[in-house]
Ligand binder design. Sequence first.
Ligand SMILES: [Zn+2]
Length: 88
Amino acid sequence: MLRFECPCCGPRDHDEFRYGGDASVRRPAHDDPDPEAWYAYVYIRKNPAGLHREFWQHVTGCRQWLVVERDTRNHVISSVAFARTSQA
Ligand SMILES: [Zn+2]
């Protein structure tokens, strides 16, 4: 079982959290007319074997959105930070 070190609540089991997607994806500008940019934003995802930045929300705790850096090969979590202050 994964355990996240929530910066607000401390160590918690992962079933208190909801996965929110790839934290490395950048949304195009609101008025960007390029359909390829929107297609890539909505549908194209990497499937890395290694470090991956992910959004997680602590839904049964503080409800904060977090950026978790997790190794997809062994699920070792190397960092957890508030999404509102995290540099992507
Ligand atoms: Zn929390």
